[in-house]
Design a protein around this ligand. Structure first.
Ligand SMILES: C[S@@+](CC[C@H](N)C(=O)[O-])C[C@H]1O[C@@H](n2cnc3c(N)ncnc32)[C@H](O)[C@@H]1O
Length: 316
């Protein structure tokens, strides 16, 4: 009988053993006893390691959805090792435990106090699933500093975690045009943003983003005026946003589209049990990814940070 632990690859004398080699090993009585003990230890360890990650509460969706958590994949009824276990395959996030390791080693210890506070307040909100993850917040903050961003835009604010990470990265006279249809959620984070001393950089506008973008596109003064634009709102409009934002971002500036791996659902089999909203937006995200991949106006890089973020650098 095949079980998940058949796919834990062991290293022996510096060489990775294949699953076939492991399974071909003679199963003497002593070996079976040792193996069973090891398996029990591994099981207990795996449960102990992954429990805190699941209990973390902020990430409600499986981290790597249909890839990383799927140790086995069924091909013609046969179970196969997941690709990331093949020699030479480079995949960072193979487990919730690894993600938790990143958070606890590199993200949480360096997270500014205000962002921590906002993350904790947001975790209690019923729609907390929407918040930007802490690792992505850290990524955005560093990226903005790397490109010396000053004039930025954010579409999709919610309680303001990515907004705060942006505001903290910008210079004193930096600006963020922040658009969202819901001001109420922004006001949850606003006192924390004010306490952090960065509210003066934010120009929040309540309402659907598209009509406002249309107005800006009509005004040539707005053309090429943004160093960075972060899009984290209605996925069915991303391509509409792109057609407008490409005029508003400066040449050499960056647009970041969030959720471009969409819970890993992009590669889910057709009969996969997806949540309704995941299934609905999946086709739009697939279309966006296809369009960005062939858009000559931008250079792109799709990163597996958070739920996937595609960076587009305007080249002309
Ligand atoms: C995923 S949340 C944004 C999360 C946010 N970046 C953060 O760090 O917490 C998506 C937001 O987009 C907003 N939104 C949805 N449709 C919109 C639209 N047409 N125009 C502007 N904002 C919209 C929602 O109200 C919601 O707050």
């Amino acid at each position: 009988m095949k079980t998940w632990f058949h796919f834990l690859i062991k290293r022996k004398k510096g060489r990775l053993k294949t699953i076939e080699e492991l399974e071909a090993r003679p199963a003497s009585g002593v070996f079976r006893l040792v193996s069973t003990t090891k398996i029990l230890v591994m099981l207990v360890t795996a449960i102990a390691i992954t429990k805190p990650a699941r209990a973390n509460g902020l990430r409600k969706e499986p981290l790597v959805g249909y890839l990383g958590l799927q140790k086995l994949s069924a091909v013609n009824g046969e179970t196969q090792p997941a690709k990331h276990q093949e020699v030479g395959h480079k995949s960072l996030l193979q487990s919730d435990a690894l993600y938790q390791y990143i958070l606890e080693t590199s993200v949480y210890p360096r997270e500014p106090q205000a962002m921590k506070e906002l993350r904790e307040v947001t975790a209690k909100h019923p729609w907390n699933l929407m918040t930007t993850s802490a690792d992505e917040g850290q990524f955005l903050n560093l990226l903005l500093k790397l490109i010396n961003a000053k004039n930025t835009m954010e579409i999709g604010v919610y309680t303001g975690y990515s907004l705060l990470s942006t505001a903290l990265a910008l210079p004193e006279d930096g600006k963020i045009l922040a658009l969202d249809i819901n001001r109420e959620n922004y006001e949850i984070g606003l006192p924390i943003i004010e306490k952090a001393g960065v509210a003066h950089k934010i120009d929040f506008r309540e309402g659907p983003a598209l009509p406002l973008l249309d107005k800006m596109v009509e005004d040539v003064k707005c053309h090429g005026s943004f160093d960075f634009i972060f899009v984290d709102a209605d996925k069915d409009n991303y391509l509409n946003y792109h057609q407008r934002l490409i005029n508003l971002v400066k040449i050499g500036g960056v647009i970041g589209y969030d959720n471009t791996l969409w819970n890993g659902s992009l590669v889910a089999p057709p009969d996969a049990p997806l949540r309704k909203y995941v299934r609905y937006y999946r086709d739009f995200v697939l279309e966006l990814n296809k369009a960005l991949a062939v858009d000559p106006r931008v250079e792109i890089c799709q990163l597996p940070v958070g739920d996937g973020i595609t960076l587009c650098r305007r080249r002309s």
